[in-house]
Design a protein around this ligand. Structure first.
Ligand SMILES: Cc1cc2nc3c(=O)[nH]c(=O)nc-3n(C[C@H](O)[C@H](O)[C@H](O)COP(=O)(O)OP(=O)(O)OC[C@H]3O[C@@H](n4cnc5c(N)ncnc54)[C@H](O)[C@@H]3O)c2cc1C
Length: 395
């Protein structure tokens, strides 16, 4: 990003959203990604499905994105990344999500694990993991949640005990997306007892195929297997796989959440359904009311997108826009649900998960069955509003 695209923000207030105009290079990049998505659509890999960042697992597609330099785009070139910053990355993921492309294999590595290893990892960890992430050859899961400590993340009970040359992890992580198909998880565990529950936590890079890792599927309402309970039954993790400092786990995970919460995936999960609605409306003469509702959705999408871009620009400038990210996620995920409700109300088509794949009734059923998760995953809206309130109080 060139500095001229972003108003200077030496210290970012918790409610500042830098005003961003995407540079000319982003326009060219967007055209390249669209052409790529068209090619992939023609070969049958881009199916225009909702929630493709969570449900579209296709490692071949991820590798082809990586070959074009679109995985690990914001990582420095010395670690195999493209060194192109968060705004270029934004354009790529926005286009892929809008197309409903199957990006979930590399999603967490690209969004979170890569930046986190870059920031907190040892030089050895950076040299080992980052080039593999950027090549689309190493996929990560998030191992934060647990059964009795979802929103209250600081109460995690998974323990890491010291051994002669590392750590032994015991506990169960819940809702671990992709653990059955990915390579590693970044696991938050308790390394020390402390009065302050935010202290004594650490992060570990855990090989999901290591002895003692037992992965139990949790099926979605649709029957899909995307999530798991990951039982860590005395898993030995070498010293070199402690990520960051012992005891700094809380600070590290809360820092990561700005990456997790603010991106276009928080308002584009159901965008392919809007595209499908427009196709349906094209085939009949749309009523004024239908057009008004489409206009309202489009205006809301545009506003949330502008805020989300502001967070990407703040990340690019080295800020940690946690409050802004929480706000974008709250607004964006509510919009995702509202989009499904509006589509149903203005075009009363019965949802049918057995209809032809890619047809409107099938896409509607898919979006509906996934919709309970929109406002939960990555932190519930109630929790986000707590973060926003605290941010506003500080201001
Ligand atoms: C689709 C999906 C994907 C996910 N993927 C992952 C993943 O890959 N890795 C991972 O680690 N986790 C993942 N999660 C877990 C997710 O982050 C948690 O579900 C979420 O943080 C909420 O935790 P919980 O489900 O235990 O609910 P709880 O924490 O038990 O909350 C239940 C309800 O109480 C409310 N609540 C709780 N505390 C408060 C409070 N203090 N004030 C007001 N309201 C409160 C919550 O908002 C919620 O409505 C995923 C979840 C979903 C649904």
């Amino acid at each position: 990003m060139s500095p001229s695209t972003l108003s200077p923000t030496p210290t970012l207030s918790p409610i500042a959203f830098p005003d961003v105009a995407l540079p000319e290079s982003a326009r060219r990049l967007r055209a390249e990604v669209r052409a790529f998505a068209d090619e992939e659509r023609a070969r049958g890999t881009v199916l225009g499905r909702p929630d493709s960042w969570l449900a579209g697992w296709d490692p071949g597609f991820s590798r082809r994105c990586a070959e074009r330099g679109w995985v690990g785009m914001a990582l420095p070139t010395e670690y195999g990344g493209a060194g192109r910053g968060f705004l270029d990355r934004y354009v790529v993921i926005e286009e892929l999500l809008a197309a409903g492309a199957p990006v979930s294999a590399h999603w967490v590595s690209d969004r979170q694990a890569g930046p986190s290893i870059l920031q907190h990892g040892t030089e050895e960890q950076r040299r080992f993991f980052l080039p593999r992430i950027a090549a689309g050859q190493c996929f990560f899961s998030i191992g934060m949640s647990e059964k009795n400590s979802g929103s209250d993340l600081a109460s995690v009970a998974t323990r890491a005990e010291r051994t002669a040359d590392g750590w032994r992890l015991t506990g169960t992580k819940m809702w671990t997306g992709g653990a059955h198909v990915n390579d590693y998880a970044i696991v938050l565990a308790r390394t020390d007892d402390a009065e302050d529950k935010h202290a004594g936590l650490s992060q570990f890079i855990v090989d999901l195929r290591a002895p003692g890792v037992r992965i139990e599927p949790i099926r979605l309402m649709s029957g899909e297997h995307r999530f798991n309970a990951v039982h860590l039954e005395g898993v030995d993790v070498p010293d070199g796989m402690l990520l960051g400092e012992r005891g700094s786990g809380w600070k590290q995970v809360t820092g990561e959440l700005a990456f997790e919460r603010s991106g276009p995936e928080r308002y584009l999960s159901t965008f392919p359904l809007l595209v499908s609605l427009l196709r349906e409306l094209e085939q009949r003469s749309a009523t004024a009311e239908q057009l008004v509702q489409v206009g309202i959705l489009t205006a809301r999408l545009h506003s949330v997108r502008q805020l989300s871009l502001g967070v990407a620009a703040a990340l690019d400038a080295g800020h940690s826009p946690d409050t802004q990210a929480a706000l974008v996620k709250d607004l964006g995920t509510r919009l995702e649900g509202a989009l499904v409700d509006t589509v149903r109300s203005i075009l009363p088509t019965p949802a049918d998960s057995h209809a032809t794949p890619g047809s409107h009734p099938e896409l509607l059923a898919f979006a509906l069955l996934h919709s309970p998760g929109y406002t939960l995953r990555g932190g519930t809206n109630e929790i986000l509003r707590g973060i926003i309130t605290r941010g506003l109080e500080q201001h």
